[in-house]
Design a protein around this ligand. Structure first.
Ligand code: FES
Ligand code: FES
Length: 159
């Protein structure tokens, strides 16, 4: 079957087989930041933003995404500049092996859009569906907190 999806602002008309998951289609299209970790919806590595909401793309059929707008990590940078959450991850050295980082960053972006000033507890809660095998999450939470500060500062600058 053919599905129409918008990925990182680009309209795509894609062939997908009946049982094919969204993560499989996205990776086949070259969006390799979307990780295929557990295929059971538990690790969060395959997280993408679907119409702005973080979803596990491994437990979703590509057909279910027909007509949706999807953001992957590849779509976050603007005008050659990384998203503030990406910048903050690098600034505090949050990624270790980096496998979980795309999903963590997208989940954090969605959190900061709905809550620009989250507590550390709220950050931990939002990231509860994203597993990191390398770290104790301390640097990741610190990065999201720093990103929130940066984004609030930039919003103030623009006001
Ligand atoms: S690969 Fe989808 S949640 Fe782990
Ligand atoms: S940095 Fe390796 S899984 Fe998180």
């Amino acid at each position: 079957m053919r599905i129409r999806i918008t990925v990182n602002g680009r309209d795509l008309d894609v062939e997908a087989s009946a049982g094919e998951t969204l993560v499989e289609v996205l990776r086949r299209l070259g969006f390799k930041s979307v990780k295929d970790g557990c295929y059971t919806g538990t690790c969060g590595g395959c997280t993408v933003l679907l119409d702005g909401r973080p979803v596990a793309s491994c437990i979703m059929l590509a057909a279910q995404a027909d007509g949706s707008s999807i953001t992957t990590l590849e779509g976050l940078a603007r005008d050659g500049r990384l998203h503030p959450v990406q910048e903050a991850f690098l600034e505090v050295n949050a990624p270790q092996c980096g496998f979980c980082s795309p999903g963590m960053i997208l989940t954090a972006v969605a959190l900061l859009r709905r809550n620009p000033d989250p507590t550390r507890e709220e950050i931990r809660e939002a990231l509860a569906g994203n597993t990191c095998r390398c770290s104790g999450y301390v640097k990741i939470v610190e990065a999201v907190s720093l990103a929130a500060e940066k984004m609030r500062g930039r919003a103030g600058d623009e006001a």
